[in-house]
Each structure stands twice: as C-alpha cells, then as structure tokens.
Design a protein. Structure first.
Length: 282
C-alpha cells in the first residue's frame, strides 16, 4: 500500500461561470481535487466571501473530500468568479473578476505549519496579482520541502518581478507553449537554449512543458523526456493542465520514473478535456 503524500495548493478557488451553468474551479482547487482522486492528500489555502457563492464553495470542497480547515472567509469582498467562453475547438477564454476574497489570503501560523509538514506546495501567478497574496506565498515557500510553480498566466495578471520571485523559489516549473514564449521574451532567452538558460538562471530542478495535442516534455539534468499526445475528441480544455499537474505530482511523489510521470499526466489531462468542467471523476 502506498504511503499517502500530502500537497498544499495555494491561491484562487472560484466559480467558472459558463453560458448555461457554473462549475467550481481555480487552478489550485482543480489540482487539489485531482490529487485527492489520485490518492494524494491535498489541502488548499484560499479565501472566500461570506456570501451564497462562498457557502456553495464550502459544500463543493467537502464533496471532493478536501479539508476546509484552512479556508479563510472575507466579510467584505465577494467570492471569486470567472466568466468562461469556449471557442469552436473547446479552447477557453476568461474574464476574471477583481477584487475578490481570494486576493487577500492572510498569513497564519496554521498555514505555515501545514506547509512545513507537507511534501509539496503548489502555486501560480494569478493569486499573486495582489501584494498581500504575494507576501503570504513568499513566506510559505520558505517552509516548503518542494515548491511547484504552475505558471498559469492569465490576462494581464502578471509582471516580470513576480515571475522572477516565484521562479527563484521553485524546484519544479510547469508551463505551456505560450508561457514558454512569454518567458523567452521577458528574460531574453534563446529559444533553442530555453531549458538550459532558465534552469541556469533560476536553479530549477525540473521544467515541464505541456503541448496540448502534441503531448508534453520535461527537462532535467540536460536531458529531455517526451511523451506523445493522446488522441481525443476535445469538449472543453478547462482544467486539463491542472489534471496533468496533479497526476504528475502524485506519481512523482510516489517515486515513479519521470517518463511514467509525464505519461500519467498526459493521460489524465486528455481525459479531462473530453468532459465539460475541470474535475470529472477519474
């Protein structure tokens, strides 16, 4: 029987509002939910509003068997929402409301102790759009054994300074094709030497790049590992990257080889893209 690893996900929990329905989302929540389904214990550090949407989030989180102990409640700001529109290929565009409750996650001794005892901490750039969250996260990264950054660039919610700080704390970095191009532009990397240059600059141990239907690849110790894409009929790619990361983390923490971790990630990411919403049952 596998030892149950523990992962803490920091950042936004919100409602993805589609034209005809709403689904619970936010990358940290999606990753946590898929980790729980995979068999890894997951916690989420976030904040919701004291409103009906917040109360619905509490119920939805509990349905995923994720602890609500670290859930903070804001008495003034609303629970986060995102308007999601899908194009003909199922590719989403987002309109993210602000300011909302998850923009102001407080530091706490309980959160520090939780991260200190966990096997990994997962975070991205979106939650760092507020200075308070950035400071809270930076403190938590100092107490984590394994810092995992899913860059997750959304709209205008990033800047070079924040990205630089996050990458300096990261042991594992996950990006997609567009984010690779952004990093090349921001830091003047050479496209042909991107992996080596970003690893050298930030001392990142593992760099993962998801490539949609073309699969994924990973760079570690001057070696590139690749897996092919899984052929599927795409319905909705919302949450596919989060599912990929959760499957990768679960297998990585359980000491699977890197190629297997990539394959498991690609398979779960593809599976999620065949459903509407970010967290269908495995």
């Amino acid at each position: 029987m596998e030892h149950k690893q523990t992962v803490v996900c920091f950042g936004e929990v919100l409602w993805d509002v589609y034209p005809t329905e709403k689904k619970l989302g936010g990358a940290p929540f999606n990753v946590a939910a898929h980790l729980m389904q995979s068999g890894t214990q997951a916690h989420i550090i976030t904040k919701i509003g004291n409103d009906d949407l917040g109360k619905q989030i509490v119920s939805a989180i509990q349905l995923q068997n994720i602890s609500i102990k670290q859930l903070q409640i804001d008495e003034n700001l609303p629970t986060g929402t995102v308007q999601v529109n899908l194009d003909a290929n199922g590719i989403p565009s987002y309109k993210i409301s602000e300011p909302v409750a998850w923009d102001f996650i407080d530091k706490s001794l309980a959160n520090t102790e939780l991260v200190n005892s966990a096997d990994a901490l997962v975070y991205g750039t979106l939650a760092c759009r507020s200075a308070q969250n950035f400071d809270t996260l930076m403190e938590l990264t100092k107490h984590s054994k394994l810092n995992i950054c899913d860059l997750n660039i959304r709209q205008k919610f990033y800047n070079k300074s924040v990205i630089e700080s996050l990458l300096n704390q990261s042991h594992i970095l996950k990006i997609n094709n567009e984010e690779e191009q952004l990093l090349i532009e921001i830091f003047n990397f050479e496209a042909a030497n991107f992996y080596k240059q970003i690893q050298a600059k930030f001392n990142i141990e593992i760099i993962i790049k998801t490539k949609g239907e073309r699969g994924a690849e990973l760079f570690q110790n001057n070696k590139v590992y690749k897996v092919d894409g899984v052929k599927i009929d795409v319905v909705d790619t919302v949450g596919s990257g989060d599912a990929f990361l959760a499957a990768f983390i679960h297998n990585y923490l359980n000491k699977r080889d890197l190629k297997t971790c990539l394959e498991k990630g690609a398979n779960l990411g593809a599976y999620v893209a065949t459903y509407t919403g970010a967290i269908p049952k495995h």
